[in-house]
Write a protein that binds this ligand. Structure first.
Ligand code: URA
Length: 280
C-alpha cells in the first residue's frame, strides 16, 4: 500500500503526540512496525492447564484508611539509602549536591536535567509540585512552563513572587517519560529527600500543588478535591511541624478554568495565614 499522507494530517498527528506528552524522539530512525516480522506464536502447552484453584471467600474490605500503607518498592534499600543520605545533609546546598549525585532513581536516566528548586531558600512559603515537565527538564528549573507561568500570575495576585518570597520544588527531581504520573516507588525514593528539603528550607507555610504532591507529602489516599483548601500540620522527622495547604495544580486549572475560583479562595486563605503568623 503506497499512500501519500497529507502534510496537515502529519502535522495534526504530531500535535496530538505532543498533547499526549510524547514530545521527544528516542531514536534517529523511525521504526516501521508494519515491516517487522509477525510475532512468533507461543508453543502450545504439552500438559493441559491445571484446574483453577477455588476462589477463596474474601473478607469484606476494611474501612478506608487515610494512610497509603506499604509502598510497592522495587528496592526498599534505595529508600533507606536516600533517607540516610538526606539525613547527613545539613543545608539545602548539601542536599542539592546529594540529590544531583544520587543514582537510585531510574527517572534520572531518561531525564536531561536534575530539577531541584527555584526561588529564594528560606522564603516563608515553600511550594511543592509534582514533577518536572518538558520545559522544566530542558531548563533545569521547576514550574517554568505554561502551568508555572499561571502559578506565577496567581501568586503575583497576592503580591508574592519566586524572586522575593517563594521557594519552589517538586516531589520528583527528574521528569517522568511522557509526563506520566510517577510510580509510588519513584515517589518514595524522592520523598526521602523532599522531607529533608522541607526541614532544611524551614518554610513558615507549605503549599502542595496538586493531588499527587498532596497525597505523597501527606501520605494519604484522600483526593485533592477533599484535601484542597484545608490546612493541616505536617509533622517532620526533626520534630518540627509546618502548616500545610493543599491546592489545585495549575495544570488542572488550565484544563478546568472554572476551578480557579476555589484556587483564589486558597490563595486568600494563604494570605490570611501569613498575616496571622505576622509574616505580611
Ligand atoms: N508541573 C509540576 O508539578 N512541576 C513542575 O515543575 C512543572 C509542572
Amino acid at each position: 500500500m503506497n499512500q501519500t499522507i497529507a502534510r496537515e494530517d502529519i502535522e495534526s498527528l504530531l500535535r496530538w503526540y505532543v498533547d499526549q506528552g510524547i514530545d521527544e524522539a528516542i531514536g534517529e530512525e523511525a521504526i516501521d512496525r508494519f515491516a517487522a516480522p509477525p510475532p512468533q506464536a507461543a508453543p502450545l502447552p504439552v500438559q493441559p492447564p491445571a484446574p483453577a484453584a477455588p476462589t477463596p471467600i474474601r473478607p469484606l474490605p476494611a474501612a478506608p484508611t487515610p494512610l497509603r500503607g506499604p509502598v510497592p518498592i522495587e528496592s526498599p534499600q534505595l529508600v533507606e539509602d536516600a533517607r540516610a543520605l538526606a539525613q547527613r545533609c545539613n543545608s539545602v546546598e548539601e542536599l542539592e549536591a546529594a540529590v544531583r549525585a544520587f543514582e537510585g532513581c531510574a527517572l534520572k536516566r531518561t531525564a536531561k536535567n536534575t530539577v531541584f528548586a527555584d526561588g529564594v531558600v528560606g522564603s516563608p512559603v515553600m511550594i511543592v509540585g509534582e514533577a518536572p515537565g518538558a520545559d522544566e527538564d530542558r531548563l533545569g528549573k521547576p514550574f517554568v512552563g505554561v502551568s508555572g507561568q499561571l502559578m506565577d500570575r496567581m501568586f503575583d495576585a497576592i503580591g508574592m513572587s519566586r524572586e522575593r518570597d517563594l521557594y519552589i520544588t517538586n516531589i520528583l527531581f527528574w521528569r517522568p517519560p511522557g509526563n506520566r504520573t510517577p510510580t509510588l516507588a519513584e515517589q518514595a525514593v524522592c520523598m526521602a529527600f523532599t522531607r529533608r528539603h522541607i526541614e532544611l528550607a524551614k518554610p513558615k507555610v507549605l503549599v502542595l500543588a496538586g493531588g499527587t504532591a498532596a497525597k505523597s507529602v501527606l501520605d494519604t489516599t484522600e483526593g485533592i478535591m477533599r484535601l484542597r483548601g484545608k490546612w493541616t500540620n505536617l509533622a517532620l522527622d526533626d520534630g518540627s511541624t509546618v502548616p500545610t495547604l493543599p491546592t489545585f495544580h495549575p495544570a488542572y486549572l488550565l484544563r478546568t478554568p472554572a476551578s480557579k475560583r476555589q484556587s483564589w479562595s486558597d490563595l486568600l486563605s494563604l494570605d490570611k495565614k501569613l498575616r496571622e503568623l505576622g509574616i505580611r
